[in-house]
Design a protein around this ligand. Structure first.
Ligand code: KIV
Length: 270
């Protein structure tokens, strides 16, 4: 498609989709080529998730990644995207210490091509950070329910918002994020009925990450849907392909061809 004809997704587009009842899709990408293909496939929002710490860099949790690494991946993904909204997930400690450094770190991602940032949680401090980011011109996606950066305080990978009271608490936080200026909200590992209740009672779009079908959008880690990351696949991730087998197959064939002398052929040399 001609570059001028591509209508870039922005935060208004996303908000309007909720109003018109149309669902939208969100996938993670960490590199240029994947971002390019997801964009070509029509994915509406591409998230440089801090899940990349685990999926692409092999760490055990998301805590290990920092601002400098996120900048490299943000730059690569932004270069590959023409249409989708590009959102950088702000890593652990990049917005927690003080508002000035939060604005600076988030602003760096915008300078490198992100259109928005995602931050987790909802304390008084986080609400203040969101207000200041929005005042600076940086759109913010919130993240409630299971928030991986709080893994140690939550005591493991646990479903959040299971009781009516807990769902009310998440709804209350969601409303505060909305008032602070967040344009959308990821709900992770929240029971479907709780997520439905929250979605119906706020006006910004909710994005389900294992929170069921009633949210306004769905997000998954692309390496999970491709069948590429094999260490662990969450129950809610649907596998659409088997890239692990594909990669093994290609690598084994190459190995055999090199060792048997079938590669390179006459056509593959100068
Ligand atoms: O880090 C990530 O990839 C995420 C999404 C799965 C929501 O936060």
């Amino acid at each position: 498609m001609c570059a001028q004809l591509i209508k870039k997704v922005n935060i208004k587009t996303i908000k309007n989709l909720k109003n018109s009842g149309e669902k939208f899709s969100v996938l993670t990408a960490y590199d240029y080529s994947t971002a390019k293909y997801l964009d070509e496939a029509g994915i509406d929002v591409i998230l440089i998730g801090d899940s990349l710490a685990m999926v692409a860099l092999g760490y055990e949790t998301t805590h290990a990644i920092g601002v400098e690494e996120m900048k490299i991946f943000t730059k690569a993904v932004a270069k590959g995207v023409k249409r989708a909204l590009v959102v950088t997930d702000m890593p652990f400690l990049s917005y927690h210490t003080d508002i000035a450094s939060a604005v600076k770190n988030c602003g760096e991602m915008i300078k490198l091509g992100a259109n928005a940032v995602k931050i987790e949680g909802c304390s008084d401090y986080i609400l203040e950070v969101i207000k200041r980011l929005v005042e600076t011109g940086i759109p913010v996606m919130g993240h409630l329910g299971f928030t991986p950066q709080f893994l140690n305080t939550l005591g493991g990978y646990k479903i959040q918002g299971k009781t009516q009271e807990a769902a009310e608490e998440i709804l209350n936080q969601a409303k505060q994020l909305e008032s602070a200026g967040a344009f959308s909200l990821v709900l992770e590992m929240v029971p479907q009925e709780s997520a439905k209740y929250i979605t119906e009672n706020i006006s910004i779009p909710t994005i389900s990450c294992g929170a069921g079908k009633y949210c306004d959008a769905q997000v998954l880690v692309s390496d999970d849907i491709f069948g590429k990351y094999s260490d662990f696949t969450p129950k809610f991730a649907r596998k659409y392909g088997d890239m692990r087998t594909l990669i093994l197959d290609c690598a084994r064939k190459f190995d055999e061809d090199v060792k048997s002398g079938r590669f390179p052929s006459e056509n593959e040399v100068f």
